[in-house]
Ligand binder design. Structure first.
Ligand SMILES: NC(=O)c1ccc[n+]([C@@H]2O[C@H](COP(=O)([O-])OP(=O)(O)OC[C@H]3O[C@@H](n4cnc5c(N)ncnc54)[C@H](OP(=O)(O)O)[C@@H]3O)[C@@H](O)[C@H]2O)c1
Length: 328
């Protein structure tokens, strides 16, 4: 079957004829209709995640899919051929830039009935990230003040809507006013304004930029507030959960030493999040789409043949929401 792969780390992505996926007992074979593009695809190709996700090459990229179930493994109980589904396949089993992919049924959910496959494919990775940051780690409660950085991006567009749904007062940093339509109460144009001088007393910050942006984020929190970083640096809890060897665990934990010390001084906390596949959370996300709470934002679509251009467009930036590939 056709897939877009890279042969060695840092080499270009190209089309290739690859073997059909093996369908295990708990797997569902999905015929790919649309595949969302994420910055993680480029980061993996670039080797940035080698220590944590040691993939063998050649590797088919792609972390998001919407499509049709064509076959199910012997022990699959929740899906049958013909079902419309969406997923973020778990780490180690990615590869949605392909005609077909076998996915563990635990990672899969029925696609929301109210949207098409392009919009469905735009959601899994970013919506699960927003969910795991705001619901699982952040435990956002009504009336809390939440700052979502990069509100115009894939994660940001969903996180603004989800934070609003959870009853928060939401501020965001973005280069466009359109994020107000997603529910943002306060919009800081990061090109002309400094969010640190505009905002204070926040309960939670979702930071997707890292570096100085994360350091400044600590200073807009109220005492006891929390910053959740999705662009790093990784923290000791993550290093433990990732099952890294002791040397790597120490090295990885040390990366966040400075920011954790800064947080402690300010009486706030810092946590790193690396999102994980989760079909049950995706079902809850699908329900929010179906009742109109969550609206996917697709910035640009590309035909399957132009998968490298789709990756390039995301890297260039300047888009509102997600890049999606269609018609594998
Ligand atoms: N740890 C995890 O589990 C996890 C999960 C998902 C994503 N991530 C990471 O989080 C980051 C964002 O992901 P994404 O999918 O949302 O990316 P994306 O769709 O490419 O969006 C990035 C956004 O950042 C905005 N931006 C750039 N500089 C900014 C600034 N100084 N202040 C505010 N916004 C700024 C861009 O806006 P303009 O175009 O207007 O510049 C763009 O909208 C990536 O690094 C990604 O790898 C991590």
């Amino acid at each position: 079957m056709r897939a877009f792969v890279f042969d060695k780390y840092k080499q270009a992505v190209h089309e290739s004829d690859v073997p059909e996926p093996d369908v295990g007992d708990r797997d569902v074979l999905v015929s790919v209709v649309a595949a969302g593009v994420n910055q993680l695809d480029e980061k993996i190709r670039d080797g940035e995640f080698k220590a944590i996700l040691p993939y063998k090459t050649p590797l088919a990229l792609g972390h998001d899919v919407a499509g049709t179930v064509t076959r199910t493994g012997a022990r699959v109980t929740r899906f049958t051929a013909g079902d419309q589904v969406f997923a973020r396949p778990r780490d180690g089993r990615i590869g949605t830039f392909a005609e077909r992919i076998a996915i563990d049924e635990a990672d899969l959910a029925p696609a929301p009935a109210t949207i098409g496959p392009v919009e469905a494919a735009s959601l899994p990775l970013v919506a699960l990230t927003a969910w795991q940051a705001l619901v699982v780690k952040g435990n956002v409660k009504p009336g809390q003040k939440v700052l979502v950085h990069a509100g115009a991006g894939g994660v940001g567009t969903v996180a603004i809507q989800l934070a609003k749904h959870l009853g928060a007062q939401v501020a965001t940093t973005a280069s466009g006013e359109f994020v107000r339509d997603l529910g943002a109460d306060v919009v800081i144009d990061y090109r002309t304004q400094d969010f640190e001088t505009e905002l204070s007393g926040y309960d939670l910050v979702l930071d997707s930029l890292g570096g100085e942006n994360l350091e400044k984020s600590l200073r807009v929190l109220r005492p006891g507030g929390k910053a959740i970083g999705i662009s790093g640096p990784p923290d000791p809890a993550f290093a433990r959960a990732a099952g890294l060897n002791p040397v790597l665990r120490l090295a990885v934990s040390a990366l966040s030493g400075k920011i954790r010390r800064q947080a402690k001084k300010l009486g706030v906390s810092y946590e790193f999040l690396l999102m994980a596949a989760d079909g049950d959370q995706l079902r809850q996300i699908a329900a929010l789409v179906e009742d109109g709470t969550l609206r996917p934002v697709v910035g640009k679509t590309f035909p399957f043949d132009q998968t490298p251009q789709a990756l390039e467009a995301l890297a260039q930036g300047g888009l509102r929401g997600k890049v999606v590939i269609t018609g594998a």
